[in-house]
Design a protein around this ligand. Structure first.
Ligand code: SF4
Ligand code: SF4
Length: 136
């Protein structure tokens, strides 16, 4: 069994399709929805964790590509621009999962472990330098 985080964008033309239903029913995947948003233009964004066999996950990805669902290559809505980060540490106490953390106490540089990120966006609200941002 494998788990994969996927960030998807559904154009308006695809919004009526029951994508999550097909992932569960046709590919036997367990879905955990982190974040979902429908824009004023009736487009949809979703960040989900899928759990299942690697083969079924790959087939499900093919199904989504064939359905004109756009898969974000980074597999996450939360992005971090290391060039904008000044390592002030302001985000640390706001990150509930320690996805943002200090690895080396000598350098005190802020590192990002994306596997731990639950897309709560607390860092986006608390980064004064715009180093953390969401694609939607
Ligand atoms: S608050 Fe922003 S600039 Fe400061 S350490 Fe966190 S990501 Fe970097
Ligand atoms: S979105 Fe939340 S969990 Fe992810 S890095 Fe930012 S504060 Fe941490």
């Amino acid at each position: 069994m494998a788990t994969k985080k996927i960030c998807l964008f559904l154009p308006k033309s695809e919004m009526e399709k029951p994508v999550i239903y097909h992932l569960v029913k046709d590919y036997d995947l367990v879905i955990n929805i982190f974040r979902a948003k429908i824009t004023a233009e009736e487009e949809g964004y979703l960040v989900i964790d899928v759990n299942g066999t690697e083969e079924n996950i790959e087939k499900a990805m093919e199904y989504m590509r064939d359905s004109n669902v756009i898969l974000n290559e980074t597999n996450r809505g939360l992005q971090r621009d290391p060039d904008k980060c000044v390592h002030c540490g302001n985000c640390l106490s706001h990150c509930p999962t320690k996805a943002l953390h200090i690895e080396d106490q000598r350098t005190r540089k802020i590192e990002f472990k994306e596997d731990l990120c639950i897309e709560c966006l607390a860092c986006v609200r608390n980064c004064p330098f715009g180093a953390c941002y969401s694609i939607f």
